[in-house]
Design a binder for this molecule. Sequence first.
Ligand code: TYD
Length: 406
Amino acid sequence: MTGRCAACGAAPEVFLDFGRMPLANGFLAAGEFDAERFFDLRVACCPSCRLIQLAEPPAPQLMFNDAYPFFSSTSRRMGEHFEELALALMRECGVRDPFIVELGSNDGILLQHCARRGVRHLGVEPSANVAAAGAARGVRSIRRFFDGDAAGEILASCGHADAIVAANVMCHIADIHSALAGVAALLRPGGLFVFEDPYWGDILERTAYDQVYDEHAFYFTVGAVRSLVERHGMELVDACPQQVHGGSMRYTVAHAGRRTVRASVGAWIGRERASGLDRPPALASFRARVEASRGDLVALLRRFRDDGRRVVGYGATSKSTTVINYCGITPDLVECITDTTPAKHGKYSPGAHIPIRPHADFAALRADAAVLFAWNHRDEILEKERAFRDRGGKWILFVPSVRVLE
Ligand code: TYD
C-alpha cells in the first residue's frame, strides 16, 4: 500500500485485491485495444478512522471526461427516485426562492425538476457530453470538478446555496476534504447538504463486490460519514436507507448545531458497531465470499457453454467491468452484452473486449440465458423483459449469490 488514508492520513490496510483492472467505463472501439489503460484495483480499510477506500484511485481526469458514457436517465425507477428527491429538497429548503446546487449533475435527471418549476439551480458537472444532455432538459451547469475553489467561484457569482445535493458522486471524489470544505463554505447557514451513495453494509451483506471499481474511491458507513463531516464544522443529522443502486444510504448534513440530529444517526452507528462491518473479521469473510462467488459464476458459465447454450450479458454497467475481469469472463462465455446507451453501441467492454450491442437486439439474439449485470435494476428489467422468460430464457444472477432464476 503506497497511499495514505484520504480522511486521516494513516496507512490503510488492503483487504481485497482484484488485480490489474481496466477503467470501468473505458468502453473501446476496435482500434483502441492496444492503448487500453490498466491500474491496480485494491480495497483498503484505514486502521485508524475505519474509512473503506480504494488503495490507489486513478486520476479523476482519466475517468470523468468529455466521453463519459454513463447517463443517469436510463432507468425509469431512477427517474422517479430523483424526482422524489428534487421535490423533497425544494420543500425542505424552507425559503421562498431557493438556490439548489447539484454536484455531478450528469444528464439533469434531478435538476430538470427544479428547471421546470423555475427554481434557481446550478449543476457542477465535469463531463461535457452528459452535461449537454442536461442542458437539453433546461438544466444550467458549469463544466468542472467540485472542490474548494469551485465552491468559492459559485459563492462569488451566485451566493450561498440553500441546498446542495450529490447522488452517487461523493464516493467518487478522492479529494474528499476539498469537496467537504467546499460544501461547508457554499452552504447557507441552516441549509442542507443531502447526498447518497452505495452503502458498505449492503455491499457486504449482498457480496456485491462489483460496486468496487475505479470511480468508487469510498465505500461509506454512517460512522465514517459522521466523522468526515465533523472535520468541516458540519453534522450528520439523518441517515436514511434507499433501495436504489443495490442498496444506498441517504445522508443529510447541516452546519453543526443548525438542525436537530435525528435518532436514525445513533441507531445506524449502533448497528454498525454491533455488526463490526468495518472490522477485520467482517472484511476477511467478505473476501472469502467474493472468491467463492467468482468460482461459482465461472463454473456456471462454463456449464452453459459446454452444453452449447447461448449466453449474453444484460447491461454494460460500470460494475460489470469488475465482475467480468475479476472472473476472467471472455466472449466464449458471454458472447455480447446488450445495453440501452447509444454511446456504448458497437464498442467493446473494458479488458475482456466483449462486444456491446443495442438493447434492440436483445430479443433477436434469442439467448438461452442472460447474465443480469444491471442487477440493481432487477425488478424494472424483469418486468420489461417478461417475454424473455416466457419463451424459456434464463436470468443468471450473481448478487447476492450465483444462481439461475427459474
Ligand atoms: P447502472 O447499474 O446504473 O450502472 P453502473 O454500474 O454503470 O452505475 O446501469 C446503467 C447501465 O445499464 C447503462 O449502461 C444502461 C444499462 N441499462 C440497460 O441496458 N437496460 C436497462 O433497462 C437499464 C435500467 C439499464
